[in-house]
Ligand binder design. Structure first.
Ligand SMILES: O=C(O)CCC(=O)C(=O)O
Length: 294
């Protein structure tokens, strides 16, 4: 299991600071040792709400995917003298680059590309979902590529996936696989998980929705991660992710991400599986676009 490195002095999410203190942060538990024991892995997923699987993907393949994506950017976005695979931000966004994930932005084409499709077709991903969901599975075509650079003050607010997949007929039997596409230590804004929060009743975090930077959207729980942790009396679990690591989580666990304060571009993909015979939320049956409203 990778050893968490020294934390950076200042953390924030969506520009709101959060102290790096032992009452607010704790380590994710690694579960790669359970891969040969499907029952134990399923038990761990339901006990913790997530399984963290360091080093289970081919690191070179993950870095190739990173390189393929960043090679689609116009000159000036990546730092001079660096390779696309390094994904190092120059500090400026070329004029005319559309907002992340909109049509004509590289992420929009990339999630529709053969290279992305091939990566997602890795039987390791579907096999793991089968193990965890206990039967044959279906990958939902809405797969999100998330990319944050320093200074954007943009990160994922505290939320649960079910609030984004809550069509009346949709099955809640879902697992999400979150894949860091490149090394993603704490200062680059990784995903963090609120300890044991998959067991909370929604009424317990509903009051937090009143403190929001998105008054028109009831789905995020909060953009203030310190307030969230203190209100719910739980720590945010974290690690320094490396390319090749894989997270799986349940749709009821509260999670969020931190701001990227480095020049290393934060890139990740998330993909969801349901049981093959279950009914999906129809909004997840088409490729992702940042303006799809889902
Ligand atoms: O990568 C992120 O910042 C958010 C990902 C997420 O919320 C998910 O995979 O469910």
């Amino acid at each position: 299991m990778p050893h968490p490195t020294m934390p950076p002095p200042a953390l924030s999410s969506n520009g709101v600071p959060i102290a790096f203190s032992p009452d607010l942060f704790g380590p994710l538990r690694g579960s790669a040792g359970l891969l040969g024991d499907p029952g134990a892995l399923r038990e761990r997923l339901h006990a913790d709400g997530y399984v963290y699987l360091p080093g289970v993907l081919d690191r070179a393949e993950v870095l190739r995917l990173r390189g393929a994506y960043f090679s689609l950017f116009p000159d000036g976005y990546l730092a001079d003298g660096t390779r696309p695979e390094d994904g190092v931000f120059s500090g400026s966004v070329p004029a005319g680059l559309p907002e992340h994930g909109l049509p004509r932005h590289p992420a929009h084409a990339f999630v529709r590309s053969a290279v992305f499709e091939r990566f997602m077709a890795d039987p390791l991903l579907s096999g793991l979902a089968e193990t965890l969901l206990g039967g044959s599975v279906r990958m939902l075509p809405r797969r999100i590529l998330r990319h944050f650079h320093r200074g954007s003050r943009r990160a994922s607010r505290a939320h649960v996936d079910l609030d984004y997949m809550n069509a009346v007929s949709a099955s809640p039997r879902v697992v999400t696989l979150w894949i860091p596409v490149g090394d993603c230590p704490l200062a680059t804004g990784p995903l963090i998980y609120l300890e044991g929060s998959h067991r909370l009743r929604p009424e317990e975090y509903t009051p937090l929705r009143e403190v929001t930077d998105r008054p028109g959207d009831r789905r995020p729980i909060s953009h203030d991660l310190e307030l969230t942790a203190r209100h719910l009396g739980r720590r945010w679990l974290w690690t320094d992710f490396r390319a090749g690591d894989l997270m799986v989580h349940l749709p009821r666990i509260v999670h969020a991400s931190l701001d990227n304060t480095t020049d290393i571009l934060r890139l990740s993909a998330d993909v969801r599986f349901i049981r093959a015979q279950d009914t999906p939320d129809p909004r997840w049956l088409v490729p992702w676009s940042a303006d799809d409203g889902a």
